[in-house]
Ligand binder design. Structure first.
Ligand code: ADP
Ligand code: MG
Length: 232
C-alpha cells in the first residue's frame, strides 16, 4: 500500500511538473506567433508560396496551443462552482454557438428541448467545455447531409441529454477506449476532449455514456441530477 502511495505521489509530482512546463511553453509560442505576424506585415512583396509557409507556421502554433490548453485543463481539473441553471436554455445557447460550423459543414441541427425550464446545478464554464466537446466531435464525425439531434428528457430525478449524430460512428473495438486521455483517431486530435467531458460530468455527480446507433452514427448521453447538491 505504501508502495502505491509513493508511486501515486511521484506521478502527481510528475504531472504537476509537466503542467508547469506546458504552461511555460505558451509564452515563447506567443512571441513566435506575434513575430511571424509582424514579419508578414513588414514583407509586402512576399510570394504566395512564401506567405503560405508563414500561414503554416501560424496554424501549427495554433495546434500546439490547443494541445497545451487541453492538457492543462486535463491535468489541473477545476472544482465545479455550482449555480442553478436552466439546462434547456443552456443547451439552446450551445446549439447557437455551433450553428455556424454546422451550417458550413452542411449538417442539420434538430432540437427536442422542453419549453419549460429544467433546473440543474452546474458550473456553466466547465459544463460548456463538456458539451462543446461532445457537439464538436459529433460535427467532426458528420458529413454534408447528416443530422445532429439534441434531446432533453426528465427521468428518475435526472435530466437526460442525448446528443445523437448520424456520422461515421465509432468502431466497436474503439468504444471502450474513447474516454481514455490521449486516445484519438484524428490527425491532429488531442484525445483529451472526451476525457475532460467525462471528468467534468462525473464531478457534477452525473454520468456520460456512449452507444452506437442501430442505424448510423453515435449517441452520447449526459445524465445530471435535478436536485440541488446538498439534497442528494
Ligand atoms: P479528439 O476529438 O481530439 O480526437 P476526443 O477525446 O474528443 O479527442 O475523442 C476521442 C475519439 O473518440 C475521436 O478521435 C473519435 O475517434 C471518437 N469519437 C468521439 N466522438 C465521436 C462521434 N460523435 N462520432 C464518431 N467518433 C467519435
Ligand atoms: Mg474532440
Amino acid at each position: 500500500a505504501e508502495e502505491t502511495l509513493r508511486r501515486r505521489e511521484r506521478l502527481a509530482a510528475l504531472g504537476e511538473m509537466a503542467a508547469g512546463i506546458a504552461h511555460e511553453i505558451r509564452n515563447p509560442l506567443g512571441v513566435v506567433t506575434s513575430s511571424v505576424q509582424l514579419l508578414e506585415s513588414r514583407l509586402p512583396d512576399l510570394k504566395d508560396n512564401q506567405r503560405r509557409l508563414l500561414q503554416i507556421i501560424l496554424e501549427e502554433i495554433g495546434r500546439m496551443n490547443r494541445l497545451i490548453g487541453d492538457f492543462l485543463r486535463f491535468s489541473r481539473p477545476a472544482q465545479p462552482h455550482l449555480v442553478e441553471t436552466d439546462l434547456a436554455a443552456f443547451l439552446r445557447d450551445r446549439l447557437d454557438q455551433i450553428a455556424p460550423m454546422a451550417a458550413e459543414a452542411g449538417v442539420e441541427i434538430r432540437q427536442e428541448l422542453p419549453g419549460q425550464p429544467v433546473p440543474v446545478w452546474i458550473d456553466g464554464e466547465l459544463m460548456q467545455q463538456a458539451f462543446l466537446n461532445l457537439l464538436l466531435n459529433a460535427l467532426e464525425a458528420s458529413e454534408k447531409g447528416d443530422s445532429l439531434l439534441v434531446g432533453l428528457d426528465l427521468r428518475n430525478d435526472q435530466a437526460v441529454t442525448a446528443i445523437r449524430d448520424s456520422g461515421g460512428g465509432i468502431a466497436a473495438e474503439d468504444l471502450p477506449l474513447i474516454f481514455n486521455p490521449f486516445f484519438t483517431t484524428k490527425e491532429g486530435g488531442t484525445g483529451l476532449g472526451l476525457a475532460n467531458a467525462h471528468r467534468i460530468i462525473e464531478s457534477h455527480n452525473g454520468q456520460l455514456t456512449v452507444a452506437a446507433n442501430p442505424d448510423r452514427g453515435t449517441t452520447f448521453t449526459v445524465k445530471l441530477p435535478l436536485q440541488p447538491p446538498d439534497q442528494e
